[in-house]
Design a binder for this molecule. Structure first.
Ligand SMILES: Cc1cc2nc3c(=O)[nH]c(=O)nc-3n(C[C@H](O)[C@H](O)[C@H](O)COP(=O)(O)OP(=O)(O)OC[C@H]3O[C@@H](n4cnc5c(N)ncnc54)[C@H](O)[C@@H]3O)c2cc1C
Length: 264
Protein backbone atom coordinates (compact mmCIF):
# COMPACT_ATOMS: atom_id res chain seq x y z
CA UNK A 1 0.00 0.00 0.00
CA UNK A 2 1.17 3.49 -0.71
CA UNK A 3 1.04 6.20 1.90
CA UNK A 4 -2.31 7.51 0.59
CA UNK A 5 -3.91 4.11 0.70
CA UNK A 6 -3.71 3.25 -2.99
CA UNK A 7 -2.72 -0.27 -3.79
CA UNK A 8 -0.87 0.14 -7.06
CA UNK A 9 2.26 -1.90 -6.74
CA UNK A 10 4.44 1.09 -5.97
CA UNK A 11 6.91 0.39 -3.21
CA UNK A 12 6.21 2.46 -0.10
CA UNK A 13 7.31 2.67 3.45
CA UNK A 14 5.90 4.84 6.20
CA UNK A 15 7.50 6.10 9.34
CA UNK A 16 6.59 8.74 11.90
CA UNK A 17 8.54 11.62 10.41
CA UNK A 18 7.72 11.23 6.73
CA UNK A 19 5.72 9.05 4.37
CA UNK A 20 8.12 7.75 1.76
CA UNK A 21 6.94 6.46 -1.61
CA UNK A 22 9.45 4.98 -4.04
CA UNK A 23 8.53 5.31 -7.71
CA UNK A 24 10.29 5.29 -11.04
CA UNK A 25 8.61 8.52 -12.14
CA UNK A 26 6.81 11.37 -10.42
CA UNK A 27 4.60 13.71 -12.46
CA UNK A 28 3.33 17.07 -11.20
CA UNK A 29 0.03 18.50 -12.44
CA UNK A 30 -3.25 16.84 -13.44
CA UNK A 31 -4.04 18.86 -16.57
CA UNK A 32 -3.87 17.57 -20.13
CA UNK A 33 -0.07 17.37 -20.03
CA UNK A 34 0.36 15.61 -16.71
CA UNK A 35 -2.40 13.07 -17.27
CA UNK A 36 -0.96 12.13 -20.64
CA UNK A 37 2.51 11.74 -19.11
CA UNK A 38 1.13 9.51 -16.36
CA UNK A 39 -0.61 7.33 -18.93
CA UNK A 40 2.44 7.08 -21.22
CA UNK A 41 4.96 6.43 -18.45
CA UNK A 42 2.81 3.65 -17.01
CA UNK A 43 2.58 2.15 -20.51
CA UNK A 44 6.38 2.10 -20.60
CA UNK A 45 6.25 -0.07 -17.50
CA UNK A 46 7.42 2.59 -15.07
CA UNK A 47 5.80 2.81 -11.65
CA UNK A 48 4.45 6.37 -11.71
CA UNK A 49 2.64 8.70 -9.34
CA UNK A 50 1.10 12.10 -10.02
CA UNK A 51 0.66 14.90 -7.51
CA UNK A 52 -1.85 17.71 -8.05
CA UNK A 53 -2.40 20.77 -5.88
CA UNK A 54 -6.04 21.20 -6.94
CA UNK A 55 -9.10 19.27 -5.84
CA UNK A 56 -10.09 17.64 -9.15
CA UNK A 57 -8.53 16.53 -12.41
CA UNK A 58 -8.40 19.05 -15.25
CA UNK A 59 -5.58 21.47 -14.43
CA UNK A 60 -6.70 24.96 -15.40
CA UNK A 61 -10.29 23.66 -15.75
CA UNK A 62 -10.33 23.06 -12.03
CA UNK A 63 -9.09 26.55 -11.10
CA UNK A 64 -10.76 28.56 -13.87
CA UNK A 65 -14.41 27.90 -13.04
CA UNK A 66 -15.51 31.52 -13.42
CA UNK A 67 -18.79 32.28 -15.24
CA UNK A 68 -18.25 31.95 -18.97
CA UNK A 69 -14.94 30.04 -18.74
CA UNK A 70 -14.82 27.99 -21.89
CA UNK A 71 -12.54 26.54 -24.51
CA UNK A 72 -11.77 28.87 -27.39
CA UNK A 73 -10.35 26.26 -29.74
CA UNK A 74 -12.90 24.20 -31.66
CA UNK A 75 -13.81 21.40 -29.27
CA UNK A 76 -12.98 18.30 -31.29
CA UNK A 77 -9.42 19.53 -31.64
CA UNK A 78 -9.12 20.24 -27.90
CA UNK A 79 -8.98 16.74 -26.50
CA UNK A 80 -6.85 13.61 -26.25
CA UNK A 81 -6.57 11.75 -29.53
CA UNK A 82 -6.32 8.26 -28.01
CA UNK A 83 -9.09 6.07 -29.33
CA UNK A 84 -10.24 4.91 -25.90
CA UNK A 85 -10.85 8.51 -24.86
CA UNK A 86 -12.71 9.83 -27.94
CA UNK A 87 -14.64 6.68 -28.85
CA UNK A 88 -17.44 7.06 -26.30
CA UNK A 89 -17.34 10.81 -25.89
CA UNK A 90 -19.49 13.43 -27.58
CA UNK A 91 -18.93 17.13 -27.18
CA UNK A 92 -22.14 19.10 -26.93
CA UNK A 93 -20.80 22.46 -28.02
CA UNK A 94 -18.18 23.80 -30.38
CA UNK A 95 -16.71 25.82 -27.49
CA UNK A 96 -17.52 23.77 -24.36
CA UNK A 97 -17.54 25.39 -20.93
CA UNK A 98 -15.55 24.41 -17.86
CA UNK A 99 -18.33 22.14 -16.58
CA UNK A 100 -18.20 20.04 -19.73
CA UNK A 101 -14.40 19.94 -19.48
CA UNK A 102 -14.69 18.61 -15.93
CA UNK A 103 -17.06 15.90 -17.14
CA UNK A 104 -14.60 15.12 -19.90
CA UNK A 105 -11.73 14.68 -17.45
CA UNK A 106 -13.87 12.31 -15.36
CA UNK A 107 -14.52 10.31 -18.53
CA UNK A 108 -10.78 10.22 -19.35
CA UNK A 109 -10.03 9.15 -15.79
CA UNK A 110 -12.48 6.30 -16.07
CA UNK A 111 -11.19 5.17 -19.47
CA UNK A 112 -7.49 5.31 -18.58
CA UNK A 113 -7.86 4.37 -14.91
CA UNK A 114 -5.73 7.29 -13.82
CA UNK A 115 -6.92 8.20 -10.32
CA UNK A 116 -5.40 5.19 -8.62
CA UNK A 117 -1.98 6.77 -9.16
CA UNK A 118 -2.95 10.36 -8.39
CA UNK A 119 -2.87 12.24 -5.10
CA UNK A 120 -5.06 15.35 -5.22
CA UNK A 121 -4.68 18.36 -2.90
CA UNK A 122 -0.96 17.62 -2.78
CA UNK A 123 1.46 20.39 -3.65
CA UNK A 124 5.06 19.62 -4.56
CA UNK A 125 7.26 21.95 -2.53
CA UNK A 126 10.74 20.92 -3.60
CA UNK A 127 12.70 18.57 -5.82
CA UNK A 128 16.38 17.94 -5.34
CA UNK A 129 18.69 15.81 -7.48
CA UNK A 130 20.79 13.43 -5.37
CA UNK A 131 23.88 12.59 -7.45
CA UNK A 132 24.97 9.66 -5.27
CA UNK A 133 21.60 7.90 -5.52
CA UNK A 134 20.97 9.13 -9.07
CA UNK A 135 17.44 10.00 -8.01
CA UNK A 136 15.32 13.00 -7.28
CA UNK A 137 14.00 13.60 -3.80
CA UNK A 138 10.62 15.25 -4.08
CA UNK A 139 8.80 16.69 -1.07
CA UNK A 140 5.15 17.71 -0.75
CA UNK A 141 3.12 19.89 1.59
CA UNK A 142 1.43 16.75 2.92
CA UNK A 143 4.71 15.39 4.27
CA UNK A 144 5.18 12.77 1.57
CA UNK A 145 8.73 12.24 0.33
CA UNK A 146 9.27 10.59 -3.05
CA UNK A 147 12.58 9.30 -4.33
CA UNK A 148 12.15 9.01 -8.11
CA UNK A 149 14.40 8.45 -11.09
CA UNK A 150 12.33 10.69 -13.35
CA UNK A 151 10.66 13.95 -12.29
CA UNK A 152 8.22 15.46 -14.80
CA UNK A 153 6.73 18.90 -14.26
CA UNK A 154 3.45 19.39 -16.13
CA UNK A 155 2.61 22.48 -14.16
CA UNK A 156 1.14 24.39 -17.08
CA UNK A 157 1.89 27.69 -18.76
CA UNK A 158 -1.33 29.51 -17.88
CA UNK A 159 -1.80 28.12 -14.38
CA UNK A 160 0.01 30.74 -12.30
CA UNK A 161 -2.21 33.67 -11.50
CA UNK A 162 -0.88 37.22 -11.60
CA UNK A 163 -2.25 39.78 -9.18
CA UNK A 164 -0.84 43.26 -9.84
CA UNK A 165 0.41 45.17 -6.85
CA UNK A 166 -2.65 47.45 -6.67
CA UNK A 167 -2.20 50.09 -4.02
CA UNK A 168 -4.82 49.69 -1.27
CA UNK A 169 -5.99 46.23 -2.35
CA UNK A 170 -5.40 44.94 1.17
CA UNK A 171 -7.85 47.57 2.48
CA UNK A 172 -10.56 46.97 -0.12
CA UNK A 173 -13.83 46.32 1.74
CA UNK A 174 -15.64 44.55 -1.10
CA UNK A 175 -15.30 41.01 -2.37
CA UNK A 176 -12.60 40.41 -4.97
CA UNK A 177 -11.48 37.34 -6.88
CA UNK A 178 -9.09 36.31 -9.62
CA UNK A 179 -10.54 34.30 -12.51
CA UNK A 180 -7.74 31.72 -12.20
CA UNK A 181 -8.63 30.93 -8.58
CA UNK A 182 -12.40 31.19 -8.70
CA UNK A 183 -14.29 29.82 -5.67
CA UNK A 184 -15.48 26.31 -6.45
CA UNK A 185 -18.91 27.08 -4.99
CA UNK A 186 -19.32 30.06 -7.36
CA UNK A 187 -20.32 33.64 -6.56
CA UNK A 188 -23.78 35.11 -6.77
CA UNK A 189 -23.36 38.41 -8.63
CA UNK A 190 -27.04 38.89 -9.39
CA UNK A 191 -27.94 42.55 -8.96
CA UNK A 192 -24.46 43.52 -7.71
CA UNK A 193 -22.12 46.35 -8.71
CA UNK A 194 -19.12 44.70 -10.35
CA UNK A 195 -15.80 45.87 -11.78
CA UNK A 196 -13.67 43.74 -14.10
CA UNK A 197 -10.02 44.47 -14.71
CA UNK A 198 -8.67 43.26 -18.03
CA UNK A 199 -10.16 42.33 -21.37
CA UNK A 200 -8.06 39.35 -22.40
CA UNK A 201 -9.72 36.02 -23.15
CA UNK A 202 -10.92 35.47 -19.56
CA UNK A 203 -12.14 39.06 -19.18
CA UNK A 204 -14.14 38.87 -22.39
CA UNK A 205 -15.69 35.55 -21.37
CA UNK A 206 -16.79 36.67 -17.93
CA UNK A 207 -18.08 40.03 -19.18
CA UNK A 208 -20.39 38.29 -21.68
CA UNK A 209 -21.73 35.93 -19.05
CA UNK A 210 -22.37 38.20 -16.08
CA UNK A 211 -23.30 41.32 -18.06
CA UNK A 212 -27.02 40.48 -18.11
CA UNK A 213 -27.05 39.48 -14.41
CA UNK A 214 -25.35 42.32 -12.59
CA UNK A 215 -26.82 45.69 -11.71
CA UNK A 216 -23.83 47.70 -12.81
CA UNK A 217 -20.70 46.60 -14.66
CA UNK A 218 -17.54 48.68 -15.01
CA UNK A 219 -14.75 47.37 -17.20
CA UNK A 220 -11.20 48.60 -16.74
CA UNK A 221 -9.33 48.16 -19.99
CA UNK A 222 -5.70 49.13 -20.45
CA UNK A 223 -5.18 47.59 -23.89
CA UNK A 224 -8.02 46.72 -26.24
CA UNK A 225 -7.80 43.28 -27.82
CA UNK A 226 -9.21 42.19 -31.10
CA UNK A 227 -12.19 39.95 -30.42
CA UNK A 228 -14.47 38.28 -32.91
CA UNK A 229 -17.95 36.86 -32.36
CA UNK A 230 -17.83 33.41 -30.74
CA UNK A 231 -20.19 31.70 -33.21
CA UNK A 232 -21.07 28.99 -30.74
CA UNK A 233 -22.71 25.88 -32.20
CA UNK A 234 -24.32 22.74 -30.84
CA UNK A 235 -22.39 19.59 -31.73
CA UNK A 236 -23.84 16.13 -32.32
CA UNK A 237 -22.47 12.61 -32.14
CA UNK A 238 -22.73 11.95 -35.89
CA UNK A 239 -20.33 14.84 -36.52
CA UNK A 240 -17.74 13.34 -34.24
CA UNK A 241 -17.10 9.81 -35.41
CA UNK A 242 -13.49 8.92 -35.99
CA UNK A 243 -13.15 9.40 -39.71
CA UNK A 244 -15.01 12.67 -39.79
CA UNK A 245 -13.13 13.89 -36.78
CA UNK A 246 -9.79 13.22 -38.43
CA UNK A 247 -10.79 14.90 -41.70
CA UNK A 248 -12.39 17.78 -39.87
CA UNK A 249 -9.38 18.27 -37.58
CA UNK A 250 -6.94 18.08 -40.46
CA UNK A 251 -8.85 20.68 -42.44
CA UNK A 252 -9.26 22.88 -39.41
CA UNK A 253 -5.58 22.57 -38.48
CA UNK A 254 -4.62 23.67 -41.97
CA UNK A 255 -6.85 26.71 -41.67
CA UNK A 256 -5.48 27.49 -38.22
CA UNK A 257 -1.95 27.34 -39.58
CA UNK A 258 -2.93 29.92 -42.18
CA UNK A 259 -4.34 32.24 -39.51
CA UNK A 260 -7.26 32.62 -37.17
CA UNK A 261 -10.07 30.18 -37.68
CA UNK A 262 -12.79 32.66 -38.58
CA UNK A 263 -15.61 30.30 -39.48
CA UNK A 264 -16.26 27.11 -41.32
C1 LIG B 1 -9.74 29.81 -19.32
C2 LIG B 1 -8.73 29.16 -20.21
C3 LIG B 1 -9.11 28.70 -21.46
C4 LIG B 1 -8.18 28.07 -22.29
N1 LIG B 1 -8.59 27.64 -23.51
C5 LIG B 1 -7.71 27.05 -24.34
C6 LIG B 1 -8.12 26.63 -25.64
O1 LIG B 1 -9.25 26.82 -26.05
N2 LIG B 1 -7.19 26.03 -26.43
C7 LIG B 1 -5.89 25.84 -26.02
O2 LIG B 1 -5.09 25.29 -26.76
N3 LIG B 1 -5.50 26.23 -24.78
C8 LIG B 1 -6.37 26.83 -23.95
N4 LIG B 1 -5.95 27.24 -22.70
C9 LIG B 1 -4.56 27.01 -22.29
C10 LIG B 1 -4.42 25.82 -21.31
O3 LIG B 1 -3.45 26.18 -20.39
C11 LIG B 1 -4.03 24.56 -22.03
O4 LIG B 1 -4.99 24.27 -23.03
C12 LIG B 1 -3.94 23.31 -21.15
O5 LIG B 1 -5.09 23.15 -20.36
C13 LIG B 1 -2.70 23.30 -20.31
O6 LIG B 1 -2.59 22.02 -19.75
P1 LIG B 1 -1.32 21.63 -18.87
O7 LIG B 1 -1.48 20.21 -18.47
O8 LIG B 1 -0.09 22.03 -19.58
O9 LIG B 1 -1.39 22.58 -17.61
P2 LIG B 1 -2.58 23.04 -16.55
O10 LIG B 1 -3.89 22.64 -17.12
O11 LIG B 1 -2.27 24.43 -16.32
O12 LIG B 1 -2.26 22.11 -15.34
C14 LIG B 1 -1.17 22.34 -14.49
C15 LIG B 1 -1.53 21.78 -13.13
O13 LIG B 1 -0.34 21.74 -12.34
C16 LIG B 1 -0.71 21.95 -11.01
N5 LIG B 1 0.46 22.38 -10.25
C17 LIG B 1 1.24 23.45 -10.50
N6 LIG B 1 2.25 23.52 -9.61
C18 LIG B 1 2.07 22.46 -8.76
C19 LIG B 1 2.79 21.98 -7.64
N7 LIG B 1 3.90 22.59 -7.19
N8 LIG B 1 2.34 20.86 -7.03
C20 LIG B 1 1.24 20.21 -7.47
N9 LIG B 1 0.51 20.63 -8.53
C21 LIG B 1 0.94 21.74 -9.18
C22 LIG B 1 -1.79 23.04 -11.08
O14 LIG B 1 -2.60 23.02 -9.93
C23 LIG B 1 -2.53 22.64 -12.34
O15 LIG B 1 -3.69 21.89 -12.05
C24 LIG B 1 -6.84 27.89 -21.86
C25 LIG B 1 -6.45 28.38 -20.60
C26 LIG B 1 -7.37 29.00 -19.78
C27 LIG B 1 -6.91 29.50 -18.45
Amino acid sequence: MTADGNSNGIGAETNDSAKVQHVDALVVGAGFGGLYCLHRLRKLGLSTKLFEAGGELGGIWYWNCYPGARVDSDAPSYQFFMEETWKDWTWTERYPDWKELRRYFKHVDQKLDLSKDISMATRVMSAEWMPAEERWTIKTDTGVVVPAKYFVTSTGYTAKKYIPDFKGLDKFKGVWHHTAAWPQEGIDMMGKRVGIIGTGASGIQIIQEIGPQVKNLTIFQRTPNQAIAMQQEKLYAYEQNAEELLCWSYGRAQRLLRGISLQS
